[in-house]
Design a protein around this ligand. Sequence first.
Ligand SMILES: CC(C)(COP(=O)(O)OP(=O)(O)OC[C@H]1O[C@@H](n2cnc3c(N)ncnc32)[C@H](O)[C@@H]1OP(=O)(O)O)[C@@H](O)C(=O)NCCC(=O)NCCS
Length: 285
Amino acid sequence: MQDLSFRSTYAHTGDGRRALGSLIRDIFGIEISSLDRLGHDPSVLAFGWWSGEHLVANVSVYERQLWLCGRRVKAFGVQSVATRPDWRNRGLFRDLFGRALAYADQRADLIILSTGTPDLYRRFGFRQIEEVRFGSETPAGTLSEGCRELSLERDDDLSLIIQAFAHREPTSLLASACDHPALFMLKAKLTSEIKLFHLKKLNAVVAVKQNESSLTILDIVAACIPSVAQIVGALGFTGLRTEVHLTPERLSWQPEEKEAVDNGYMVRGPFAPEGQAFMLSDMTI
Ligand SMILES: CC(C)(COP(=O)(O)OP(=O)(O)OC[C@H]1O[C@@H](n2cnc3c(N)ncnc32)[C@H](O)[C@@H]1OP(=O)(O)O)[C@@H](O)C(=O)NCCC(=O)NCCS
């Protein structure tokens, strides 16, 4: 680590965010600069090794608010794990991840992350957990009152989403996430098939993917959680099949099918619903 300097105070400065954005773009091909407009999660803490003003390796942690088996649980998530190719295999990730874990361990019992490379994390005590997708024939819609598609380009729609997050109820008490809206909006911004709708009468924001024959409900942000039949009705969806990528016990709906999926989640520490059929949310990067 000769010639490198360690920093952890850059996640909320303009230069720091630009350096982090450029690392994420170079390593993952993802553009996160839209967060400057959508809003950053203030709980993010980045740990990095720098060569001058060049960020060469990073690990970030952020606070997560989860509902697990009836309890509200503060946990930490891990994101933006990357070392530039010229600096790999020198122990930079191992060093930064050790620091990030020490920080999170002092503040929470549970750390949760999503990865395509689970072997990287096993040695640090992480274990894989499986999620479940729920599906059925589309129930008859119970509400025909309309909806409006939201645009992340419109200031009033951004405010509406942020307000909805401020007052949101958990979609499930068994397993759900009530995190900061930053990743929810970034996911919608980066994924053209994801549409956000405001269901007026229900005062709910829903994130969905849909085509003529199928609807997938990815998240529901509302002070009073509507049923699947109400959402279907408000969207005016008449296709055959509905999928829900949330734990559905509060949605007044009986899924006919459950499909286990590996979304790459790993946990370290107690995770109460482990082994049960749940999905936290698909609106994460
Ligand atoms: C994964 C990554 C962050 C490792 O960074 P690094 O600074 O080179 O890591 P280190 O030098 O600290 O190596 C740590 C150990 O992890 C191992 N490792 C590296 N990549 C790995 C992978 N994909 N799967 C399993 N182990 C891996 C290394 O072999 C090393 O093992 P060792 O301690 O037995 O020698 C880096 O390769 C990278 O940026 N990859 C692309 C982005 C990515 O995959 N990020 C993680 C996704 S969540």
